[in-house]
Design a protein around this ligand. Structure first.
Ligand SMILES: Nc1ncnc2c1ncn2[C@@H]1O[C@H](COP(=O)(O)OP(=O)(O)O)[C@@H](O)[C@H]1O
Ligand SMILES: [Mg+2]
Length: 333
């Protein structure tokens, strides 16, 4: 066995389920598409198997656009997107069906995904027709029962019902079950908790945690920082289409560096921190943030600076604070 083969597989050496490398999205806007809106700028991130990565930012920051690029619902206008190491930035229509075996999405509003005049089971039929046209009836029923069990729904509670007879949480879990029928490697979950009431939110969040323990990679899109904290291993903070900070959830939450992340966190009370701890954290931040942009403390040859994110500690990255400001950082605009 070679040294490389026996080396332990760390997050850094394993092939990510999803990797985005400097992806851009430019929407054509205005009369006859004359204007451009840069919704995502040079975004890079990775999601590994068995990991939840939260993409957090306020409304309009480009979160859903990233999710839609990953799901090939909109094109990617720059950079590279890989799934399981394969370049999937541009896929021919004919390859999409296979792509969706690996990559599935669930969206915000579970009610709009169901046609009110049909029984809810119908959402499974499209998957059967498209992916399992020859499956035996009994085998299909087993498969559906397994997927429902994975989202803790009992078939007898669900099947044969109309959408209005089920709660938002049940419908949302049903959509996750449909995604699971294909045994995907990656799930894009875009604000799937937002429209649920508090009691069913917890069920769906716990479900995501269970699915990640089974090896699924999950890109969890949310505007709600506390949800990101609850489920995710890593967080990626998006502001106006740019990633401004990313890292392990704990590290970013305990030691937020970018002013935008700090603003987001300021509204979440730190119940368990003493005042002395809060002051000590503040002192560390102030030292690290001497000067307005972390890039100014890096050597000019620092390679990460070119990417727009500086590595602060292992895996914790932060962007320039003055991008797009009135007096932009001379190294970045
Ligand atoms: N199809 C589209 N055409 C033009 N602009 C769009 C389109 N979809 C989204 N946008 C714009 O792109 C930006 C990012 O939107 P979005 O990705 O939906 O943000 P988020 O999910 O973070 O709220 C917003 O300014 C939004 O208005
Ligand atoms: Mg959105």
């Amino acid at each position: 066995m070679t040294a490389t083969a026996s080396a332990p597989q760390t997050r850094e050496t394993r092939t990510p389920v999803l990797s985005l490398d400097a992806v851009d999205k430019v929407y054509k806007v205005g009369t006859f598409g004359s204007g451009e809106l840069r919704a995502v700028r040079s975004a890079s991130l990775e999601v590994h198997a068995g990991e939840v990565v939260s993409l957090i930012g306020e409304s309009g920051s480009g979160k859903s656009t990233i999710g839609k690029m990953v799901l090939h619902l909109v094109s990617t206008d720059g950079g590279t997107m890989r799934v399981g190491g394969q370049d999937v930035t541009r896929l021919k229509r004919g390859r999409l069906r296979d792509y969706y075996r690996d990559v599935q999405g669930v969206f915000q509003d579970p009610f709009s995904s169901f046609n009110p005049i049909y029984k809810v089971d119908r959402v499974f039929d499209t998957v059967r027709r498209s992916y399992f046209p020859k499956i035996r009836r009994a085998d299909w029923h087993l498969k559906v029962d397994d997927a429902l069990a994975a989202v803790t729904l009992r078939p007898e509670e669900i099947l044969g019902k109309f959408p209005h007879q089920l709660s938002g949480g049940q419908l949302q879990r049903l959509l996750v079950a449909r995604a699971l029928l294909l045994d995907p490697k990656l799930l894009v979950a875009d604000e799937i908790i937002s429209m649920l009431d508090a009691s069913t939110r917890v069920d769906v969040l716990n479900l995501l945690v269970e699915l990640k323990h089974k090896g699924l990679g999950i890109l969890f899109v949310t505007h709600d920082l506390s949800l990101g904290n609850y489920v995710s291993d890593r967080v990626v903070i998006l502001y106006r289409g740019r990633i401004v900070e990313s890292g392990e959830t704990r590290e970013v939450f305990e030691n937020p560096l970018h002013p935008y992340t700090r603003d987001l966190l300021a509204s979440v009370p730190q119940l368990d921190a003493t005042w002395a701890e809060v002051e000590a954290q503040e002192a560390v931040r102030t030292r690290r943030l001497a000067g307005t942009c972390v890039f100014h403390s890096l050597a000019p040859s620092e390679p990460d600076a070119a990417e727009g994110l500086a590595q602060v500690t292992d895996g914790h990255q932060v962007g320039c604070f003055r991008l797009g400001a009135d007096d932009p950082c001379p190294r970045h605009e």
